[in-house]
Design a binder for this molecule. Sequence first.
Ligand SMILES: C[S@@+](CC[C@H](N)C(=O)[O-])C[C@H]1O[C@@H](n2cnc3c(N)ncnc32)[C@H](O)[C@@H]1O
Length: 332
Amino acid sequence: MKSSLSRYWESFRDAEILVSDDPSAYRGLPLEALCTDPDDILRIISHPLIEGDWVDLGSGYGHTVLTYAEQFPERKAIGIEKELSRVELSRKISQDLNLPSLFIHADLLHSEIPSAKTYFLYFPQGHVLDRILSVLQRKKNIFLVAIESHGDLFHRLNKEKWLELSASIPIQGKRHDSIARIYFSQGLGVSLQGLHEYSFREYFFAILQDEVTWLGESFGLYASVDAYTLVHPPRTIDEREVVKIMTMDELSLQEKFLVELRRLGEIQITADGKRYAGTLRKIITSPAFSVELSSGERIEWQSIQSIKQGQHTCYDSSVTSSLGPFFLPPAL
Ligand SMILES: C[S@@+](CC[C@H](N)C(=O)[O-])C[C@H]1O[C@@H](n2cnc3c(N)ncnc32)[C@H](O)[C@@H]1O
């Protein structure tokens, strides 16, 4: 197999100047680290397991997609990429070479992932990767091809029991691990297997650390090699610290109020005549029901008189009504 794409390599380097300074775009990274080596792409796509339509998730300058389209013009080749300047150059090359490739400018945190037989992943760990995996696991009979450069992607993929390692292909790019891996998936359906499976769903964890139990949210959590990072509150936890997993319906009225209040940001609390300000971090359910603010201060629920967000009173302990003393802002 030979490819005419390598002659565009230097134009990728020049185009880097147009890339945004969003850290996930890796602007300024040497091209050899940002992209899969052109000869390695040929090595990978000539493997007998590679078949059907190809989607590169985070396609960069699109050269895996362009190479695939050049070699297999009868198959679909699609790239999804967040950086517009990279997408535009990919489209331009596709036009120049009259290739049947498609480039979608989108953020993989939310975008649809088109159906294909083979997906390509050279992507860092984090919540976008977790979101990609949560979509892919519902697709049936697909191949996932991965390369890595930081020693984290393969570890992360090992956590996904639905991925079955089918082949390892030696590659030579100097900035990459010396093998590309091909995984096969029959599709997981809807069963759950690890904490990362709860990301992008509304679940709540009771987390026991140092004899204190507090509530964390599953939404947006992501997995690293040996820990999980939550968004609400921004804390890293170990899977073994989760003692219970609950839906919103299983929370008490106070807990429901506090998890929604935590998403609002800055609040002011008056308790025992003292005033506190900050964002709500831990909602502590035992030994004593209390809250912890971003300042590190802990306040027992019993002592709280009021909670405000700006001018809006969200909680007033002196009010007794059938709905309780909770008044979240109307948008919620
Ligand atoms: C390491 S590069 C890989 C490029 C290409 N797949 C290759 O192998 O040559 C990862 C690419 O993912 C893109 N990316 C990062 N976050 C993204 C997101 N949320 N949605 C879409 N693309 C993203 C980056 O801009 C970058 O171009």
